[in-house]
Design a protein around this ligand. Structure first.
Ligand SMILES: [Zn+2]
Length: 512
């Protein structure tokens, strides 16, 4: 009774003060889980709020690099990248690699290691990123209605225990496997001064067990602490660290943390390193060949022949106009080459870019489906993308030992594609450029840049893309793809993209 009275008295005494504080320095955030208050900053009549406090309160996972002052919010279907002192916000879809860039009418700020975004202009972007109904009331209260798109299932409610950590060294970084008894609900990670801190929310850890582990690879030391309801890991990382990702693997309780090396690791005044990454070899991969015809299109046109025609035309353009670049072909004639060998050829020749050329098709001929697609190696997100990868991967049936390919489950995918994560921004850049030039300079329209698990891309340790040049089951596409004019125009469009990609590649290498 006395306690209750005391509480009421306190409230009575402090209520005006509390209200004042909330109205003036805080933004109220109401979610399904409760109410919290976010720090705000006011400048020239515009209210800004701390996006990392918002993510914490709304249980959104995120990664913040306090040195580069960038934050990335990880929603189930989108990533949202925000940089301090920069008016551009980038929203990328995990389903199709499409990026949308929003320009705010004002810049963002970095205060006390938090990134502040303008309240009124950010709500619509957060709404799109989360798929949630987020409403702003009186410039002082944000209400998130409904749960996120994908919520942690009920059975996973309650305490999650971390029971162990395992380190694996990979060619391009370090993989940490975190063993848990249940799926981890959310996390956030912060990088600063060689220290990567990962906070798992509502997670308990057997700290004593963890403290005996000393790390490996890029991780020099580990500290684990339980703080309130959360667990905090501190990984001391080496100078070679560039980025990291925390991955909740579908169908597994383990969390995978991937830490990536810098791609151009040593300083550029190091001539050896410059030589190593010189843009000097391009690997062209004409899909299928020999006993493997690939898809069969209208009038019996064979995919393998079109792939080879475009590949040879492209190779010819590079050899004539980029004399300092060597072209390596996985095949130059109508012969059969296993998928794993294509990657091997690329790696043995120290390729700096791998381009695989294919044609799309449909079971029904003729079809209305038309257009080209550029694919990156990442777990497929849409049914269509997965089906295309399955069709292209099915050629392993012609090989002597199809068992050599590990099934690309989500977990396997992370493991095999770790080698690719360092190159992904280069693959993305090249895809973007191909998409643009191909749309402008050929008779085939774009279906966009997409992602899926292609075995042929898994093998190549370099930036790599696969182009589905068009539908040979479509009358218009098939006619264009079979013609010498069409093949030359497609080759010219890819070559144009290649020239611009080279400029980008060499510029980033200088600045890395
Ligand atoms: Zn194919």
């Amino acid at each position: 009774m006395l306690k209750k009275f005391f509480l009421i008295l306190c409230l009575f005494l402090y209520l005006p003060l509390l209200l004042y504080a909330q109205n003036n320095n805080k933004l109220t955030l109401v979610t399904a889980e409760g109410t919290s208050y976010l720090p705000v900053y006011e400048r020239q009549g515009t209210i800004y709020f701390s996006i990392n406090h918002f993510a914490d309160a709304a249980s959104v996972s995120y990664y913040i690099n306090e040195e580069t002052k960038k934050i990335e919010l990880k929603y189930p279907d989108h990533n949202l990248k925000i940089t301090a002192q920069n008016p551009f916000i980038v929203l990328s879809s995990k389903n199709n690699s499409v990026e949308k860039v929003y320009q705010l009418p004002t810049t963002t700020y970095f205060i006390n290691n938090n990134i502040y975004v303008p309240l009124r202009y950010t709500i619509a972007i957060l709404r799109e990123a989360s798929g949630q109904d987020i409403v702003l009331e009186n410039d002082s209260k944000l209400v998130i209605k409904g749960k996120p798109e994908k919520v942690v299932p009920e059975e996973n409610a309650g305490i999650v225990n971390i029971t162990g950590l395992k380190f694996e060294e990979k060619a391009n970084g370090t993989l940490i496997r975190v063993n848990t008894n249940k799926r981890i609900p959310s996390y956030h990670s912060i990088y600063k001064n060689g220290l990567l801190t990962i906070i798992f929310r509502k997670v308990n850890t057997d700290v004593k067990k963890i403290s005996g582990i000393h790390g490996g690879g890029l991780v020099k030391d580990i500290k684990a602490k339980n703080i309130g309801p959360d667990t905090q890991f501190e990984f001391k990382v080496s100078k070679e660290y560039s980025t990291s990702e925390v991955l909740n693997v579908e169908g597994s309780k383990d969390i995978l943390i991937t830490l990536h090396n810098k791609i151009f690791s040593a300083p550029v005044d190091n001539d050896k390193n410059k030589e190593k990454w010189k843009f000097d070899v391009i690997v062209l991969d004409a899909g299928h060949g020999g006993k493997d015809t690939g898809a069969i299109g209208i009038n019996g046109v064979k995919e393998k022949d079109i792939n080879l025609g475009i590949t040879l035309a492209l190779g010819n353009l590079i050899e004539k106009n980029m004399k300092d670049v060597k072209v390596v072909y996985t095949r130059k004639t109508d012969n059969f080459v296993e998928l794993y060998r294509r990657g091997k050829i690329a790696n043995e020749n120290n390729g700096k870019l791998f381009v695989s050329i294919h044609c799309n098709s449909t079971p029904d001929k003729p079809t209305d489906a038309t257009g080209f697609e550029v694919y990156l190696l990442r777990p497929g997100r849409t049914k269509e993308a997965i089906a295309i990868a399955e069709r292209e991967n099915s050629v392993i049936q012609y090989e002597d030992n199809p068992k050599r390919y590990e099934k690309l489950t989500d977990e396997n995918f992370i493991l095999v594609s770790m080698a690719h994560s360092a190159y992904i921004r280069y693959s993305e850049k090249f895809s973007e450029l191909v998409d643009k030039d191909y749309s402008l300079d050929t008779d085939i329209s774009s279906r966009g840049v997409k992602q899926a698990g292609f075995y042929v891309l898994v093998g190549a340790s370099m930036p790599s893309v696969l182009i589905e040049t068009g539908f040979i089951s479509n009358r218009h596409d098939a006619k264009y793809l079979s013609s010498s004019k069409g093949q030359k125009e497609i080759a010219a469009a890819i070559f144009n993209a290649l020239k611009n990609y080279r400029k980008y590649y060499e510029a980033t290498m200088e600045n890395e």
